[in-house]
Every structure is written in structure tokens, then in C-alpha cells.
Ligand binder design. Structure first.
Ligand SMILES: NC(=O)c1ccc[n+]([C@@H]2O[C@H](COP(=O)([O-])OP(=O)(O)OC[C@H]3O[C@@H](n4cnc5c(N)ncnc54)[C@H](O)[C@@H]3O)[C@@H](O)[C@H]2O)c1
Length: 240
């Protein structure tokens, strides 16, 4: 229960299903979770719109005044459906701003504080950052960007003294509002969900707590030799 003892971890999208599960797991493991999300979202310690560089500077500055930062989880994200032809440019820009620019700004501004003592950054990508979907043009592009940004951050972090590690996590469908909203956009949501579950070799969607447990490993010293790597958590979906 003490795998993250005394570690301070900043989480974006901390009011969401995966972000809040990670915050809970950090506390369970003896760490301190600083949950951030858009202003007005429940249970957060700081309002932080990940697309706002001023918000990042303010929150990181605030934490750094009298404290340390050992880890960062970039979990904020949106997942609208849309083919390349059906996605208007404004929506494309919005997905890029939140999913990719937000992760870039987190790595950029988090690095400065984390490298004082060394630590770990975890970027939540998706299986959609590894394989394409006909109606996920913007989401695929943003999450694929997060995957390779992670490797560049890892190589930079490895040159710091002390070192900062960075890895990406690639879940498939996880139970929660994001998945519910995706299925609400298509006809017969219950039938579509059941069909998607059957396509997963382990025959079910993942749970937020399962993604959180993987993040605990990546934040902890157990993964001290792991950086620049991609962790697929998909019930076997992309193994075939
Ligand atoms: N749920 C899934 O099936 C699934 C699968 C693969 C990857 N992911 C990824 O996991 C991450 C978390 O997803 P989730 O399932 O918890 O979704 P969620 O919708 O429950 O949570 C996402 C959170 O991000 C926040 N957010 C949105 N825009 C923001 C902004 N500009 N600044 C700060 N916060 C913002 C939302 O307020 C929300 O609390 C996302 O990056 C998502 O793409 C989710």
C-alpha cells in the first residue's frame, strides 16, 4: 500500500473516470494526488484547462513555490467521432488542442519541476494511437501524436540529472462516460457495445481502476528502468 509513499502526483482530467481512479490509487499507495480539471468539475484541487499555457504556468508555479512534483499524469481528453471528410476543421483543432497540445504543455511545464528531484510522466494515449478507425480521424491523429511525443520527452528526460521518465498508456474501451457518449452517437448503442465487447479477446471493456493500477506501476520506483515505452491495456484487442 506504500508504492508511492510521499510522492506528489499531478493529474489532468482528474474529474474524469480514469483521472479520478488514478487520483484514488495514488492516495491508496501513500502518495499525494493533485487533481486538476476544467473549472467547476467536482473533486479537483486546481482548475487547469490543459490548452491554456497560462493555466499550466500558474498551477506548476503554485506547486513549486513550497513543494515538489514527482509525477504527472496527462489524462485530460475528448473523443468525438468523425471521418476525415466528416470532421470540420474547428473540431479537428479542438481535439488537437486538448489531446495533443495539452499533453505537450503538461510535459513542457511539468518537466521543469519534476527534474528537480527526478520522476515519471505518464501520457494517456489510446489503442487509437496505435491503430486507425475510419471514423476517428482527429482522435487517431491526436493520440498517435501523444505516442511519439512521449518518446521524445523520454529521451530528453533521460539526459536530465536527476532523470525524468516518460511512458504512454494505450487503453481500449474503458467503462465510463466517454465510452457511453461514443456509443450514444451511433444507432443501437446497447447492441453496438455488446458487439464491441465480443471483439475483445477477454470479452469485456476495461475498468478505470485497471488503468490506474498500470499508472501506479509507471509512477513508482518499480518501473525505474522503463522509459519511452508504450503500455497497451486492451484485453488483447490489438494482439490479433
Ligand atoms: N474511456 C475510454 O474508453 C478511453 C480509452 C482510451 C483512452 N482514453 C483516454 O483516457 C483519458 C481519460 O478518459 P476518461 O475515460 O476518463 O474520459 P472522461 O470524459 O471521463 O474524462 C476526461 C476528462 O478530461 C477533462 N477535460 C476535457 N477537456 C479538458 C481541458 N481542456 N482541460 C482540462 N481537462 C479537460 C474533462 O472535463 C473530463 O473530466 C482521455 O485522454 C481519453 O482519450 C479513454
Amino acid at each position: 500500500m506504500n508504492r508511492l509513499r510521499d510522492k506528489v502526483i499531478l493529474i489532468t482530467g482528474g474529474a474524469g473516470s480514469i483521472g479520478s481512479a488514478i487520483a484514488k490509487a495514488v492516495v491508496r499507495e501513500g502518495g499525494r494526488a493533485i487533481a486538476t480539471d476544467l473549472a467547476g468539475r467536482p473533486g479537483i484541487d486546481h482548475a487547469l484547462d490543459v490548452t491554456s499555457e497560462a493555466d499550466w504556468q500558474h498551477v506548476i508555479g503554485d506547486i513549486g513555490k513550497d513543494g515538489r512534483l514527482d509525477g504527472l499524469i496527462n489524462a485530460a481528453g475528448i473523443a468525438p467521432l468523425g471521418t476525415v471528410e466528416g470532421t470540420d476543421y474547428a473540431l479537428w483543432r479542438k481535439v488537437m488542442a486538448i489531446n495533443l497540445d495539452g499533453t505537450f504543455l503538461g510535459c513542457k511545464h511539468g518537466m521543469g519541476l519534476i527534474k528537480r528531484n527526478g520522476g515519471s510522466i505518464v501520457n494517456i494515449s489510446s489503442v487509437s494511437g496505435l491503430v486507425g478507425g475510419h471514423n476517428l480521424a482527429a482522435y487517431n491523429a491526436s493520440k498517435g501524436g501523444v505516442r511519439l511525443l512521449t518518446k521524445s520527452v523520454a529521451l530528453h528526460g533521460a539526459r536530465q540529472k536527476p532523470q525524468v521518465r516518460c511512458n504512454s498508456v494505450h487503453p481500449t474501451f474503458i467503462e465510463g462516460p466517454m465510452t457511453d457518449a461514443l456509443f450514444a452517437e451511433v444507432g443501437n448503442p446497447a447492441e453496438t457495445k455488446a458487439r464491441m465487447e465480443r471483439q475483445i479477446p477477454l470479452q469485456r471493456f476495461g475498468r478505470p481502476a485497471e488503468v490506474a493500477d498500470l499508472c501506479v506501476y509507471l509512477l513508482s520506483d518499480e518501473s525505474a528502468f522503463v522509459t519511452g515505452a508504450e503500455f497497451v491495456i486492451d484485453g488483447g484487442l490489438t494482439a490479433a
